[in-house]
Structure formats: structure tokens, C-alpha cells
Design a protein around this ligand. Structure first.
Ligand code: MG
Length: 332
């Protein structure tokens, strides 16, 4: 072999091994990177024991303006263009949702779950109901079915009570509900992460911290809307985390808690700084086409994604920036 040939094969070999070692960094999705998520103290860690902080997007109520967007193209678009590591499928329960149309609503949610698994993303199965404690048996049966179907997939996270309506108490309403639904899931799936809603629209995390649900791999929902909730809610979250409670921001908005009002970019930044400091995971609300500030797309937006940035709403553009930034530079 001539000297030049040897040089060529040597360089080609180096390039081959470089490509092999670099490929997982370029191609691996969130689930290939972290595996099954696990609560470790107040933190969320992957199978390698390192802290995980994900950013992504929640679909809106499955029975309303979000309905046509519950498809694989949107999940793929959120991964490709938003660089989302997680999506949240919000099963609407009352008001024309799962209570009245179980097959239709379940099929919508499963379309998003299946697409997220195929895309190597995490997916939250969210019982989107402010009165879940009135539907305990139905919810337990639904989550048992989901556990049978998806409990072996590390992608799947169960969120069993979106936002308990103000007035429900932890001890009398939310915790007893959670204990029943957690038991139904754990009878089938011993290990996937379960997220429990907290009183007062998933804000009173300090109350849950004082009396957590017994069981393994359980985190608690903290929700905020940047236009309404500020330092006082962050202080409550810090109190809960210092008590050892693992939090997961399964839903947040750029605007007021009603979904209306103006986009509060400064308050959103304060929350993002806070979530970075505490390495929290979060999903923006949300994917639905409505003339409402919180919606990321306006009415009429394409139902297969491919949205140009200027086709997003103001909130959509801001949320996209934060989600992309998280993927490019996740907190460690
Ligand atoms: Mg499992």
C-alpha cells in the first residue's frame, strides 16, 4: 500500500468512527438520551442518574379547538421546529369530553401518545378535569387501561388530576383521589412517573409537600400563568421543594390565568430563570387554534404543522423561543 493510500484509509477510518460517535448526539431524541424518568429527592433524573429538565408543549382540551391538531404531524413538527422533548395530551373530560365521547377522545389522546413514542419524545397523559374527584372510578379505569397499553414505554408519564378546582381540599378531596388512581396504575405499571395535581389549580404545592402521597416515582404539578402569578407563587414552590417535594410544571402560560390578557414577556423570563435554577421541566399551554392569548396558533392554522414563525401568535413565538433555547442549552 502506498503512503498516500495508507493516509487515505487512515483518514477515512477516523471519519467513520467520528460519525459513529457523533451520530447519537445528533439523532437521539429525549427518551433515548434519558430513559425512564425517576424522582430522586426533589429532582427528576434519567437512567444515568443525571438531572433531567425538559421543555415542551401541551395540547389544548382534546374536545375543543385543539381537536384537529391531535395528530402525528403536529407532534413531529413540535419536535423538529420547536425542539420539544415532551408533549402533553390533555384529555378533556367534562363538557363534551371523555364523559360523553369516550372512544373519540381516547383515540385523539392515543394518536398523540403513539406519535410521541415514535418520535422518541416524552408524553404526558393528562386527565384534564377540574373535578376529577367526582370521576374517580372512571379515571382509575382509564389510567389502568393506559398502563396496560403503555406502561412498558419509558416515554409515558401519567398526570392524574390537571387542576383541582379552587375549594377542593388536599386531605379530603385530592389526596384520596390520587391514592386510588395511583394504586390502579401501580397494580399494572410499577415504575413510570405519575404526576399528582395540587389544590387551587395546581398551585398549593406546599400543602401537598406537608402530606405527600405514599408510593414510588410520584411528582406534583405546579402551574403558572406569567401575567397573573409571580414571586409569591415561586416562593410557595421553593417552600415545597425545600420540603423535598419534586415539582413538574406540566402547564404554564405567557398571559393571564384565564388564557387572555397580554403576553407578559418579562414575567415569563422571570419564571424561566426560576425553572432553570431549579432544573424544572415544563410544557407551554398550548396547541389550540383560538382567538385567545394563550393559543400558540390562530384559528385556521394548518392542522399538519409546518407553521412559519410569523404564522404563530405572539405567545406562540415567545414559547417557541423558550422551548428551543431549553433544548439547545438544558440546565444541568
Ligand atoms: Mg413502566
Amino acid at each position: 500500500m502506498s503512503k498516500n493510500y495508507r493516509k487515505f484509509f487512515c483518514l477515512a477510518g477516523l471519519a467513520f468512527f467520528w460519525a459513529l460517535s457523533a451520530a447519537p448526539l445528533v439523532c437521539a431524541g429525549a427518551v433515548s438520551t434519558h430513559g425512564l424518568l425517576r424522582v430522586d429527592g426533589r429532582k427528576l433524573v434519567g437512567e444515568d442518574g443525571r438531572t433531567v429538565s425538559l421543555a415542551g408543549v401541551s395540547f389544548g382540551w382534546s374536545q375543543w379547538e385543539a381537536a384537529p391538531y391531535y395528530n402525528a404531524s403536529i407532534v413531529q413538527w413540535l419536535q423538529q421546529d420547536w425542539k420539544a422533548g415532551i408533549v402533553r395530551a390533555a384529555l378533556g373530560v367534562k363538557e363534551g369530553g371523555y364523559l360523553t365521547n369516550p372512544a373519540v377522545e381516547k383515540a385523539r389522546v392515543c394518536a398523540v401518545i403513539d406519535a410521541a413514542i415514535a418520535a422518541d419524545m416524552y408524553v404526558i397523559i393528562d386527565w384534564h378535569d377540574h373535578y376529577a374527584n367526582n370521576h374517580t372510578e372512571l379515571s382509575a379505569a382509564f389510567f389502568a387501561e393506559m398502563a396496560r397499553r403503555y406502561g412498558r414505554q419509558p416515554h409515558v408519564i401519567y398526570e392524574i388530576f390537571n387542576e383541582p378546582i379552587n375549594g377542593l381540599t388536599w386531605g379530603r378531596d385530592v389526596k384520596p383521589y390520587a391514592e386510588k388512581v395511583v394504586a390502579a396504575i401501580r397494580a399494572i405499571d410499577p415504575d413510570n412517573l405519575i404526576i399528582v395535581g395540587t389544590p387551587n389549580w395546581s398551585q398549593d404545592v406546599d400543602i401537598a409537600a406537608a402530606d405527600p402521597v405514599r408510593g414510588n416515582n410520584i411528582a406534583y404539578a405546579l402551574h403558572f400563568y406569567a401575567g397573573t402569578h409571580k414571586a409569591a407563587l415561586r416562593a410557595k414552590a421553593v417552600k415545597a421543594m425545600r420540603m423535598g417535594l419534586p415539582l413538574f410544571v406540566t402547564e404554564w402560560g405567557t398571559c393571564e390565568a384565564s388564557g387572555a390578557g397580554s403576553v407578559d414577556a418579562a414575567s415569563t423570563k422571570a419564571w424561566m430563570d426560576f425553572m432553570r435554577e431549579w432544573q424544572l421541566s415544563h410544557c407551554n399551554w398550548g396547541v389550540f387554534a383560538k382567538a385567545e392569548t394563550a393559543a400558540i396558533i390562530p384559528p385556521g392554522a394548518a392542522v399538519n404543522g409546518g407553521w412559519a414563525v410569523n404564522e404563530l401568535t405572539e405567545s406562540g413565538r415567545l414559547a417557541r423561543e423558550w422551548v428551543r433555547r431549553w433544548a439547545e442549552n438544558p440546565p444541568r
